[in-house]
Write a protein that binds this ligand. Structure first.
Ligand code: T4K
Length: 377
């Protein structure tokens, strides 16, 4: 019988990092005085420059959201035919392919990182394959070296969905340095955000010119459209929010790391709760805290634990269930077969993301962990 109290208000998986209100008003005042609200203004230029420094890359372009950034990246790289990707991700990853009339080919994932299994990629390459679209899921880096070797061998582009990987490094090398393009999401639920927003990091100046053109309707000058672009621009106020939040990001990561370590300590001995650990050589950003629920040992399935936590007002999330390969629009693809994706199916049935953000207290973590301990059957 459980005697623990839950939370009196819903305790959400995340809470956005917020700039101080007085600084925000000052920033908005500056924009009001300039009368320049959008179209590559001062704030957007400043944010692009500061983000390029922070992410350790020469070329970067900000966007209205991560999804439109991914769609434009596919077009900028002139992808065609089939793209090998992972089913264990948010809908935006495979949907950006569909919007570009590209066919996703789903490759299974690794049991420990949840990322695309590089050893399986080659078996999916056909004469129609133009690219690999891996995701650094929950900010854990993919095996970037093997992926690049395969891409080089077959002349494929590599577009990383780095939506979760803001600030992550591999042996001190920024994650944005790998592949042709990486996409970062700046949605309010992300560790760094501009309310809605995103960025592409690019490995050369001509690619930067091309994505900038495509995000501004394809306008080369006032009256010349050189190709059919779209509108993917970030506005000045949101860019200003980004500039203010960039000053707070290291502190947010530090606080999330402390919370993650406390979770790990308190859940370490709960049978059937499997933790994901830091990887040697990786600078993590602690954007998500994910466990795997092993029903036989824990006594409850992931879905049962998810529901039980709701009774205590703890709003966890089943990131990422269902798999993209199970969506109505993709489930008839040959690569979507469960036989092709045994690990992804197992992982999607057992993962649960628990609340993690910098405003959580140690007491909050202790309460959540005690409830998880006591719910075990
Ligand atoms: N690739 C990957 C791998 C991605 O994960 C994503 C986005 C993308 C691409 C596309 O990037 P964007 O186009 O979004 O930039 C959320 C986000 O909307 C989405 O950005 C994110 N991935 C995905 C994993 O999660 P939901 O439906 O889970 O969000 P929602 O509204 O349920 O929010 C979760 C919790 O956060 C709420 O219960 C409360 C809290 N919250 C949320 C918002 C929006 C707040 O406290 N304040 C807020 O303003 O999709």
């Amino acid at each position: 019988m459980i005697e623990l109290d839950g939370f009196t208000e819903p305790f959400y998986i995340t809470r956005p990092l917020l700039p101080e209100l007085d600084e925000t008003f000052k920033m908005i005042e500056e924009i009001w005085q300039s009368n320049h609200l959008s179209n590559n203004g001062k704030m957007v230029k400043q944010l692009e420059s500061e983000l390029a420094d922070f992410l350790g890359i020469n070329y970067l372009s900000v966007f209205a959201n991560g999804t439109v950034a991914l769609q434009i990246a596919c077009k900028a790289l002139r992808l065609s035919g089939e793209v090998i990707t992972t089913p264990f991700t948010f809908a935006a990853t495979s949907n950006c392919l569909n919007w570009n009339k590209l066919q996703p080919v789903f490759c299974d994932i690794e049991e420990d990182t949840f990322n695309i299994n590089p050893d399986l990629i080659e078996s999916f390459i056909t004469e129609k394959t133009s690219a690999i679209l891996p995701v650094h899921v929950f900010g854990n880096p993919c095996n970037v070296e093997i992926i690049q070797q395969i891409a080089d061998k077959y002349g494929l582009k590599v577009l990383y969905d780095a939506a979760h990987a803001f600030g992550v490094k591999i042996n001190d090398k920024p994650i944005a340095a790998f592949g042709d393009i990486s996409m970062f999401s700046f949605h309010a639920t992300k560790i760094f955000h501009t309310i809605e927003g995103g960025a592409l990091t690019l490995n050369n100046s001509s690619l930067k010119e091309r994505v900038d053109l495509l995000k501004n309707f394809g306008l080369k000058s006032d009256n010349t459209i050189v190709e059919p672009g779209t509108n993917g621009k970030l506005n000045e106020v949101q860019a200003g929010i980004g500039i203010l939040l960039l000053k707070k990001i290291q502190e947010e990561i530090r606080m999330r790391k402390a919370i993650t370590n406390l979770y790990r300590q308190l859940l370490a001995d709960v049978p059937g709760v499997k933790l994901i650990h830091d990887v040697k050589g990786v600078t993590h950003n602690y954007s998500y805290f994910v466990i795997r629920v092993e029903q036989e040992e824990y006594g409850l399935s992931r879905d049962e634990l998810y529901k039980a936590l709701l009774e205590f007002n703890i709003i966890s999330r089943k990131y990422f269930f269902p798999l993209c390969s199970d969506f109505q629009c993709y489930k008839n693809l040959i690569s979507s077969s469960k036989l092709n994706l045994p690990v992804a199916n197992r992982v999607a049935e057992s993962v649960l993301s628990l609340p993690l953000h910098g405003r959580m207290s140690n007491n909050d973590v202790q309460k959540i962990c005690r409830i998880i301990q006591q719910l075990r059957k």
